[in-house]
Design a binder for this molecule. Structure first.
Ligand SMILES: Nc1ncnc2c1ncn2[C@@H]1O[C@H](COP(=O)(O)OP(=O)(O)O)[C@@H](O)[C@H]1O
Ligand SMILES: [Mg+2]
Length: 306
């Protein structure tokens, strides 16, 4: 089995809110997949289902070959999940928390101590190691939480917006850790709202919008989805006036220029290749509907690369 995560026809509603509406997704063993989506798209819901914390309404979901609904214990044994700061004991120090959680996750006393030291160093918590967690700032808690989730490295690691709230330095440290995990064969599924992060870290990117994966592929494949060129209008001082993506044809350029209006007539035109931001906007800002252009194009790409 090469797909360590396999999701098919997944549906989940909360009350009358349909969050996931027939989501299909596979993740190959030992790869990093970035799940990209706007706020409220359902990223956390999907991660919660994959980690057995939330039950799906319909569809099949397997992680490491185990069905999340029928074999939740086997799934839990194969995964690690962040966002469990609730497990952090405020009265203990950072180092004590790490060692205790290390022991609970099955490491020997010396292995837990060693791993705790490594992670304290990586997450810039060495100076604070002997302080009680209740004196930690929000950012320090977040780093400790991430460190705890990486104490042992099971086959699959879920990171739900791991770099949210981290400063540049902590973010860089986490990126390094994620790269190390991937290099040792761990499968990582991370969610992010940052395109740059997806581009930097992920082997593949899946875009979640309107309850489905509307596109997936490498960063380059996704950029190709937007097609041709983005037309930019800049004013005399080089400031961007307006931009529109086009299909790269003469007709497409003409239409884009017309759409930009005559008030921009004195601006000059530049063309550039689409960025991941363009892809993201293109895929997530189109109207809902199973027959929308975006949806069918996304499916096509997913199908050809699946
Ligand atoms: N336990 C819950 N009860 C009710 N609504 C929920 C619950 N969890 C999530 N939602 C709703 O589901 C939608 C998707 O949320 P979420 O998965 O957190 O999105 P994301 O992580 O992409 O920001 C939102 O509209 C959110 O309000
Ligand atoms: Mg979320």
């Amino acid at each position: 089995m090469t797909d360590i995560i396999a999701v098919s026809g997944l549906r989940k509603s909360f009350g009358t809110t349909e969050v996931l509406r027939g989501l299909d997704l596979t993740v190959a063993r030992g790869t990093v997949l970035a799940l990209l989506g706007p706020n409220g798209a359902g990223k956390t819901t999907l991660i919660s289902i994959l980690s057995t914390l939330v039950r799906p309404d319909a569809g099949t979901v397997t992680v490491a070959g185990h069905d999340v609904a029928r074999e939740p214990e086997a799934v839990k044994a194969a995964i690690s999940l962040t966002g469990q700061s609730a497990a952090v004991d405020d009265v203990l120090t950072g180092a004590e928390n790490l060692r205790m959680m290390g022991r609970l996750s099955g490491l020997t006393r010396s292995a837990a101590a060693r791993r705790a030291d490594e992670l304290l160093a990586r997450f810039d918590l060495v100076e604070a190691r002997g302080r009680r967690v209740k004196t930690y700032s929000g950012g320090m808690r977040r780093r400790l939480d991430l460190a705890i989730s990486l104490l042992s490295t099971p086959p699959v690691v879920f990171l739900d917006e791991p770099t949210t709230g981290l400063d540049t330095r902590a973010r860089a440290a986490l990126w390094d850790i994620i790269r190390d995990l991937a290099a040792t064969g761990t499968t990582v599924l991370l969610t992010t709202q940052y395109l740059e992060e997806a581009d930097q870290l992920a082997d593949r990117i899946a875009v979640l919008a309107q309850g489905r994966i509307v596109a997936q592929g490498t960063a380059a494949e996704l950029k190709a989805l937007v097609g041709g060129e983005v037309v930019s209008l800049v004013d005399a001082s080089g400031e961007l006036v307006r931009e529109l993506p086009t299909d790269g044809t003469v007709e497409g350029l003409r239409a884009a220029l017309d759409a930009m209006g005559t008030d921009a007539a004195t601006a000059s035109v530049q063309l550039r290749r689409p960025s991941l931001d363009d892809v993201f906007l293109h895929l997530t800002s189109t109207p809902t509907g199973a027959d929308s252009d975006t949806d069918s194009r996304g499916r096509e790409l997913a199908a050809t690369k699946g």
